[in-house]
Write a protein of this length. Sequence first.
Length: 747
Amino acid sequence: MLRGVSVLLALAPLLSCGSGDPTEPLPLYTVAPVGGIQLSAPAGSELRQPIQIEVRDPTGQPAKGVAVVFRIVSGHGAALSDTLVATNADGIGLTRLRLGISRDSVVVAGSVRGQEDRGVTFRVLASAPAELFAVQPASFSSGDTIALRGTRLADPAGGGSDVFFGTVRGRIVGDPTDTLLRAVAPPCLPGGSVSVSVRSGSAATNGLPAVAVSKSAPLALAAGEGITVRGTDAGCLRLTTPGQRFLLAPQFANYVDTVPAQRSFTLAVDAASTTVALDDSSRRAAHARGSSAAPPSARDELDRALRAAERDVARDVLAAPPETEPRSDEPSPRDVPDVPSARAPTIPPPVLGNVRSFRVLARLDGTAFGTVSARLRYAGDNILVYEDVNAPAPLTDSTMTTLGDLFDRTLYPIDASTFGAESDIDANGRVIVLMTPMVNALTPATQCSGNGFVPGYFFGIDLDTRNKNSNRGEIFFAFVPDPRGDRSCPHRLEDVLGLLPATFLHEFQHMISFNQHVLVRRASTEAVWLNEALSHVAEELGARHYDERAGRPPNAQLPDSSLPFLRGDLENAVLYLSAPSVSSVTAFEDFGTLAERGAAWLFLRWLGAQKGDGVYGRLAQTALRGGQNVELAAGETFPALFGDFTMALYADSLVGLPRSAVPPRLRLGKRSLRELFAGVLGLDVYPLAVRLAPFSGNATTATMLQGTATYFQLFVQPGGVTVRLTGPGGAPLPAGLVPQLGVYRIP
């Protein structure tokens, strides 16, 4: 396996000022606030808008990739989401501020690192916090409706409020006001003392003590309403109205990066039970029934090698000591990674026709390289396109211009504006697209039909300046037209033009993620499941761009220009939904089967629908990984998010239910999945696997892993039913699995 070496030390001279001389004066950057410097938010909440500054180079152009330092000058208990960031393509550096619980005003300073005397100061006034005064009555049972009185209980941004009984969310009924909320105590609430609190937007109130009476009450849900329940092993969940239909979704909502040991659970409905066993052999058998058990594709093999090598590079970054000691008034190296203070203005691009050499992978396992010569065919503001001089079917000038403009003016801004800035270790201010038949040749022609092929990739060792095979720059490697199949299987020009845009968006996200996690923040690479999910989101953003540009009504057919970006994600989603209990959102097999990628993409698609596209940038621009990253970016616990996501997979696409009747929390975007599956893939049947909940004598067995759910439909019989979720023989399930049960009343 390839090893990166001391990338941090090697990068610093290249990045700091475009020269190897550390004594050379830094260029003076102009810094201006964006969105004002006098801000306010309730104490204890997160500022609604980020604190952000615009950095311009000496020529007046936005300075991309410049290190910006933020620090809190004063303000008790306040915290920043990031103290060091890289400016994006628009020259914007931003951080987020959470105020302390006291009403102290907060002063935040932001500047280009090394030019703190030319920075900007922000003043944030802490207004009165959301506060809870009374819980009435102070003693209640599950299913009781209680009144909560206080101030600022309704989210001023219109995002809704939540009531928590300890860590369990209750259901708000009626229309909340700033001074009054009514909520139903959640089912299966343990008896005894419990703290009741309200979250209004990003602000949480104080908790008030109350007493929960351990008493089972029938669960009453309105049609189309759902709730996630914990602690159902005591027979506390009762459904009593005959004829009502419910979706029951047992789930393990933990997010450990590794596949867990063997587990099992029992879903009991009255005297009947469904035992779900968790073991690797069952998982393999389940995969054997679907396409995810097929041998790894060429692209899968390459992904495995690339991502593994990048983890090695990241470890070397973490092991490398900082280049210099921080000043006394700056955060320590543990808080602020040693990234460049500033960069020289972008140099002009090379002259068209210029020829240079590149090191290119020659084996899928990442262990062999070759050298190619390539000619610069396109130079844009963000992209340089080089074409191998030995390309079997060189692109015409007009085709190259069209393709280059697509990369430069459409695809690059989609990713950069969503996820953040890539690195610029070659100080050219641009990403290189290298089109070479060596990418084609990674897969022999004899294997293309069964093993697929690689249309393109990004490799993190190109950002390791000490690796002998590093190109010391940001490069996306792309395959080329080869209609006669001279280098591998034949590829027509239209095939290349159809596949490259989505592939670039996918791989460019990986490039940005590597920069934001490893080079900027000296952290580990992102967890595989989340890194891949973000790259699949990037593909969908391409589809959305062309959908919105077409200007069609929301229920109109997607334009043909959107389909190449979305088709693969939807195909992966079908694989996942047809067997949702065997493909985990959070525990990929190796580097992810197609079904697992579909699962993770759907989860982030739902998350973006709830939190807005800004959540994707927060997920990319951080040192956190996996589930912890999701929790901070979303402002909610992962089990709460996962519970509603599992129900949304069902409720989002019910036949005959108007879109407006689906609660926003249970939607996966503006278009329902059923609509997308029908319009893009021609599927008439929604593929989510749902079985009937068993009754006496009809027990069944299945498999389930962490980060998965199993779906059952229950018809309530006369006399009602009691639902239990337990371990084998009625034993409690291990808390580490985070077992919970989604309950949704089917309209």
